[in-house]
Write a protein that binds this ligand. Structure first.
Ligand SMILES: [Zn+2]
Ligand SMILES: [Zn+2]
Length: 538
């Protein structure tokens, strides 16, 4: 019997985490941070239904913070198990966690300054850079396709998910009643044919599959169409001596844009244009990408073999310091600025938006998913103005959404990947998607594949691999109440109810003849008759 609790990343895209319990063994699959505004981020502080000290391991699909970001918090609170992930995920977590710790410290400091002014108490950061660094000691990186034996007959294997470099689909085998059962976690599933990374691996069998649904109700434009759109935007910006602003997450999409711009230049479609990589995290991530070329797809490998660098451009400018970043906005002429965060809620991108949203000739190009409640989502949804640094900024620039650059499979991609499963007893647990996206995908899976599908809620619990699944409360009653106690309890209830009824009847009697409802009298007669009957039987 395996107990499961859905802790996050269900009916929403962030906070991915599932808790498992088998006997005395407890573990997590992913340990993500909730992101996208104060309301949702409060969940990061919620004490979960386990103690981090009791976890034996965390299986981590990939380095994105919405899957990995609470690991330093768990270590701070006593986690001493192993974090099992691929080597590249470990490398990327190293830079991601430091950055995240830094953000947590800054936010707490800002909040504390505010608290002091209003006479409130201080708050501690979710975790610090130090906690982030300490947490790296617990990582235990593995190779793709390697079968790893864990405690209590558990086996695990990581397969390429083709989402970001190092990302994995996790296969987990659990011994149950002498039989081997299999759980599969899609993690974030890649968009086939995207630059640099390989396409997602196929899996053919599972008893339960956790399937992401970020784009469960949408289709991306083709890669060629998307690339042509980007090329047109850049050419127009060059013609108008204007800037192209690309909000991007540090991992993957920045490198995909560099790769695509390089391809335009290699093909002779684009002359050189200054490209600013304005995110220290993106710079470090690009370095890690360069070191791990063995994970690249065939096309990227071929470019390397020709002696070219797919992650370099003739006029690429990396800006690490804030001063360098600010200086970009003083430079006249055309240019492409790639900056984080991808959903425009934090980081340097906000400064670039403030400088360019109101300019009619600037272009803002969204290439990643814009979560509900984020600044990016409001811009994409057509807001006329937006508040940045306490100032209302008009939106006059050209706004573009290029879904084809997404690192996530679209609806077609998800269904195609699912079609490789061959066993009809498979149950699909749809997660990692806004509620309506998950629902649309779940319905199509039911209709097309005739599989059992569920969309769990946060904090929902389930028991896997039991012949009949009884609700938790029924089991609790069965376990705790022995027969002698039942009679004892029943008599106590009877006694208490009789006394209450007596009190009410007394009041009723005092209310006079006209209040004595004939229906009530009949009910009382009935009760009296049942008591007499029972008494004579006993
Ligand atoms: Zn991801
Ligand atoms: Zn994700």
């Amino acid at each position: 019997m395996v107990r499961v609790e859905f802790l996050g990343g269900v009916r929403t895209v962030t906070g991915s985490a599932t808790l498992f319990e088998k006997g005395s063994l407890k573990w997590l699959v992913d340990c993500g941070m909730f992101q996208g505004g104060k309301e949702i981020e409060r969940k990061n502080y919620n004490t979960a239904s386990y103690h981090p000290r009791d976890l034996s391991f965390i299986l981590l699909t990939h380095a994105h913070i919405d899957h990995s970001g609470l690991i330093p918090k768990l270590v701070r609170e006593g986690f001493r198990g192993k974090v099992i992930c691929t080597k590249v995920t470990f490398d990327l977590c190293e830079v991601m966690f430091r950055d995240s710790g830094h953000i947590q410290e800054m936010e707490a400091e800002w909040q504390n300054r505010k608290n002091r002014r209003s006479g409130k108490q201080g708050t501690a950061p979710l975790y610090t850079v130090k906690d982030a660094e300490k947490s790296l000691r617990f990582f235990s990186p593995v190779e793709y396709n390697e079968m790893i034996s864990l405690n209590d007959g558990l086996k695990v294997r990581f397969q390429d998910a083709g989402h970001i470099l190092g990302s994995a689909i996790i296969e987990l085998w659990v011994e149950e009643g002498g039989e081997e059962k299999k759980l599969v976690f899609s993690g974030d599933l890649g968009n086939s044919g995207q630059p640099i990374v390989k396409d997602p691996s196929w899996v053919r069998e599972a008893d339960f599959l956790w399937l992401e649904s970020t784009y469960g109700n949408r289709l991306h434009k083709s890669k060629e169409e998307t690339a042509q759109e980007l090329l047109k935007i850049v050419q127009e910006a060059i013609g108008h001596q204007a800037k192209v602003i690309i909000p991007a997450f540090a991992l993957e999409r920045t490198q995909a844009i560099i790769y695509t711009l390089g391809q335009f230049m290699r093909d002779g479609h684009l002359s050189s244009i200054p490209v600013y990589i304005d995110s220290p995290l993106a710079i470090s991530a690009t370095e890690i990408f360069k070191k791990n070329s063995d994970c690249f797809d065939r096309e990227t490998e071929e470019i390397l073999l020709r002696g070219e660098n797919p992650l370099d451009l003739p006029d690429i400018i990396y800006t690490r310091t804030t001063e360098e970043s600010k200086a970009i906005n003083e430079i006249e002429g055309p240019g492409i600025i790639i900056s984080a965060s991808g959903m425009c809620d934090a980081g340097r991108i906000k400064h670039h938006l403030k400088h360019h949203l109101w300019r009619e000739q600037s272009h803002i190009v969204f290439i990643g998913y814009q979560g509900e409640g984020t600044t990016g989502r409001r811009i994409v949804d057509g807001a006329e103005s937006i508040r940045l640094f306490g100032e209302e900024v008009a939106i006059k620039a050209h706004i573009h959404t290029l879904g084809g650059f997404s690192a996530h499979a679209d609806q077609k991609g998800l269904l195609e990947w699912l079609s490789h499963f061959e066993n009809p007893q498979l149950e699909v647990i749809v997660n990692h998607g806004e509620e309506r996206n998950s629902m649309v995908l779940a319905q199509i899976i039911q209709e097309r594949f005739h599989l059992k599908v569920s969309i769990p809620r946060r904090r929902e619990k389930r028991v896997l691999f039991t012949p009949e699944e009884k609700p938790e409360y029924e089991k609790a009653v069965e376990e705790k109440v022995v027969p002698e106690e039942t009679l004892h309890l029943l008599l106590r209830h009877l006694d208490r109810n009789y006394k209450r009824l007596r009190r009410k009847l007394k009041r009723w009697k005092g209310m006079g003849e006209e209040a004595h409802d004939p229906h009530r009298l009949k009910q009382l007669e009935e009760v009296n008759r049942r008591i007499e009957e029972l008494e004579s039987e006993l």
